[in-house]
Design a protein around this ligand. Structure first.
Ligand code: RIB
Ligand code: CA
Length: 307
């Protein structure tokens, strides 16, 4: 089992990623940290608790993190997630409380404790928490084997501006710090997630899995598709955040090229743009291709609790 810490801004697709990761026998989720992003920080923390309950994983600590980006004004993505962040779906009240430890301190503690049994960091939201942790305690990199993150765009163009993808746009300065930290990174940008479309057939595959986690995941995916239609005029929402944990558990399903990645942090029309500079010595594996049917089959296997 790969030990992972998931830093997220739930978020409908973050929710599907968390349900899959918590239920898969291939991954061991040691902690969940949340950050302001799709919705405000208090709501993403509450949603982290709710999804932990839905995943029957209340032994996993949830740590609330940065309530705002490092420098820029806060932005949210309620058009794609609703004001609750979970599409306004009827979800149970969470029972287990938030951890009293702030997400940045939790990242530092977990990474420092992992120096003999490295952690994989999965990031599916703005990278504020990790940028702050790296600034406070650069030594935490010794406890991290790799970062697998959803964010950025190159060939595909942006989804929140013509140049920028939301997770980067929401905190470009944090993203620049993470992409530049030197750790091995696998990046699921829009270049690959926009090929992973949740069609009716693929949604039916998820719905056919006989677990409560799959039932909730299907509901979150269906809500994503409805909001994608109202925001973008398409009914097949991209599988953004779940692609991180699927790539971690089933790396053979994805292909990419190595790159050094820079982020535009100057305000202007390209604010938050990611620019991959492809080179064999690049620390970032920039995915640009995936076996889409294999990815949805893998999602179903994870939600079923199968290897
Ligand atoms: O651009 C997609 C990303 O932005 C996903 O992580 C989604 O949850 C939103 O945070
Ligand atoms: Ca997210």
């Amino acid at each position: 089992m790969t030990r992972i810490l998931i830093d997220c801004d739930p978020g409908l697709d973050d929710a599907v990623a968390l349900l899959a990761a918590c239920h898969s026998p291939l991954l061991d989720v040691v902690a969940i940290t949340t950050v302001a992003g799709n919705v405000g920080g208090a709501q993403t923390a509450q949603n982290g608790r709710i999804i932990r309950t839905l995943a029957d994983s209340e032994d996993i600590p949830v740590h609330a993190g940065a309530p705002r980006p490092i420098l820029r004004d806060p932005v949210t993505a309620e058009d794609f997630h609703g004001t609750t962040g979970l599409g306004g779906l009827d979800v149970p009240e969470p029972s287990a409380p938030l951890s009293p430890t702030h997400a940045v301190n939790a990242l530092i503690e977990h990474c420092r404790a992992a120096k003999s049994d490295l952690l994989t960091l999965v990031m599916t939201g703005p990278m504020t928490n990790m940028a702050l942790a790296l600034t406070m305690a650069p030594d935490i990199m010794e406890g991290i084997s790799e970062i697998v993150l959803m964010g950025g765009a190159d060939r595909e163009g942006g989804n929140i501006t013509p140049f920028a993808e939301f997770n980067i746009y929401a905190d470009p300065h944090a993203a620049a710090a993470v992409f530049g930290c030197g750790l091995p990174i696998r990046c699921l940008s829009l270049d690959v997630t926009h090929t992973l479309r949740t069609t009716k057939d693929r949604l039916s595959q998820v719905r056919a899995v006989d677990t409560s986690q799959a039932d909730y995941a299907a509901a979150f995916l269906e809500a994503s598709c409805k909001l994608e239609f109202s925001a973008k005029g398409r009914r097949d929402a991209p599988l953004h955040d779940p692609s991180t944990v699927i790539a971690l558990a089933y790396p053979h399903l994805f292909e990419g090229r190595r790159a050094h990645v820079s982020v535009v942090t100057q305000e202007g029309e390209q604010f938050g743009r990611t620019i991959p500079h492809f080179a064999d010595d690049g620390p970032v594996l920039w995915y640009d291709k995936a076996d889409v049917e294999g990815v949805f089959k893998a999602l179903c296997a994870m939600l079923e609790g199968a290897a």
